[in-house]
Ligand binder design. Structure first.
Ligand code: FES
Length: 127
């Protein structure tokens, strides 16, 4: 048996999900909802790095159920906790289904944003 009944990861350290929404607020709201449900200590919310699904974020995944969510907003946190973590059901309107593996789609971002992020990675100043 694992340390937690559910382990939730929110892509907060990846480059791209932070362009899609307020990932820190998602973590905060999930933690608040878990505590309100009386599940603190049983359910763990973790900040994570990139999940290779960039362009679909903010991304959230619930383990061990392997339920993936895309385009999550802070105000979705209570529904994820109530429906998925407590109820064991997928939140259908947020459910993310894609082929296994890398599904990055940077075409969803403006070209200048992609160029600026790539320049940061290369240690250069954006043009
Ligand atoms: S930055 Fe979030 S999945 Fe890549």
């Amino acid at each position: 048996m694992g340390q937690y009944t559910k382990h939730v990861f929110v892509c907060t350290f990846g480059t791209w999900c932070n362009h899609d929404g307020d990932t820190g607020a998602i973590v905060t709201r999930l933690n608040e909802a878990v505590e309100a449900a009386g599940l603190k200590g049983q359910v763990r919310i973790n900040k994570s790095g990139c999940m290779n699904q960039c362009g679909h974020g903010p991304m959230v995944v619930v383990y061990p159920d392997n339920h993936w969510y895309a385009g999550v907003k802070p105000e979705d946190a209570e529904e994820i906790v109530a429906t998925d973590i407590v109820g064991g059901q997928v939140v259908a309107r947020l459910s993310y289904e894609a082929p296994p593996g890398d599904n990055k789609d940077l075409s969803r971002y403006p070209a200048e944003v992609v160029a600026a992020e790539q320049a940061k990675r290369q240690g250069a100043r954006p043009a």
